[in-house]
Write a protein that binds this ligand. Structure first.
Ligand SMILES: [Zn+2]
Length: 269
């Protein structure tokens, strides 16, 4: 029975994902979000059968039906990932679906807002190597209230403490130091802002766990990219690997798998 709900939330997510593609593509280009989608090469307006998330791309084998030019793989990837995201949120909080439906709606809506924002930041940073301030500040603001929303949803009134305000800056501190020492060469200040939001969202323990996951995954991918691209001279670590996507991957894994610092420490030992 639960599988049907998973499938429905996944499919719903893929449609939201195709909207996110439009946002990622048109953000800061001066174009509005309205208007029909069309081929980037020949300008052909896409019909309904060409706008089915993931499926259209596969059926058309990644090519425009009119001019045969390649369609960016970003489209089906964002759609599939958004579907997965929706299914993951459902999986983590499905217990509330039948017990506290209003909470289920509140928590799902809040997390969808946060993670779709992270998805846009992820792909925007991959494309442009920069995170627009409007996106990172919105993330920090939304992230600040995550512990509040979550604990109240679990019927445990949130207790405000000094850590409520310090967790963001504390988790961002190592990245800030790396940024300051390297004068912005190893990572950008956008990464520092992103880590601030992650600290607020996951708390100090979860935040540092998420940072460690990001460094590990980033390290592995960085080595793979260097090995693949060792013949190409223009490839250096800085240009090859923007760090924000890894911060977001680390944050997502730490959140959905509830990983904190003690999990990481017992894993290392
Ligand atoms: Zn075309």
């Amino acid at each position: 029975m639960a599988y049907i709900f998973w499938l429905i939330t996944f499919l719903f997510g893929t449609f939201v994902g195709s909207f996110l593609n439009v946002v990622i593509l048109r953000l800061n280009t001066g174009r509005t979000l309205g208007g029909r989608s069309h081929c980037q090469s020949c300008g052909k307006t896409l019909g309904a059968h060409e706008l089915i998330p993931v499926l259209s791309y596969c059926v058309q084998r990644g090519k425009c039906t009119n001019c045969n030019s390649r369609i960016s793989a970003q489209y089906p990837i964002v759609e599939a990932l958004t579907g997965l995201l929706f299914a993951s949120i459902f999986w983590k909080y499905q217990v509330f679906l039948f017990t506290f439906f209003p909470y289920f709606v509140l928590i799902s809506a809040y997390l969808i807002l946060i993670f779709t924002l992270l998805m846009v930041i992820f792909f925007y940073d991959l494309r442009h190597q920069i995170i627009p301030n409007a996106l990172s500040y919105t993330f920090i603001l939304l992230a600040f209230f995550v512990p509040f929303v979550l604990s109240n949803t679990m019927m445990m009134p949130y207790t405000w403490s000094l850590m409520t305000f310090l967790s963001g800056p504390l988790v961002a501190l190592p990245l800030f130091l790396l940024w300051a020492v390297s004068k912005g060469q190893w990572l950008g200040f956008g990464d520092v802002k992103l880590a601030t939001g992650i600290g607020y969202m996951l708390g100090v323990s979860g935040g540092f766990a998420s940072l460690m996951l990001s460094f590990w995954i980033g390290g592995i991918v960085g080595v793979i990219l260097l090995v693949i691209g060792r013949n190409s001279k223009k490839l250096t670590l800085k240009t090859a690997v923007p760090f924000a996507p890894f911060l977001i991957i680390g944050c997502t894994i730490a959140f959905f798998c509830s990983i904190n610092l003690s999990n990481i420490i017992s894993f290392i030992q």
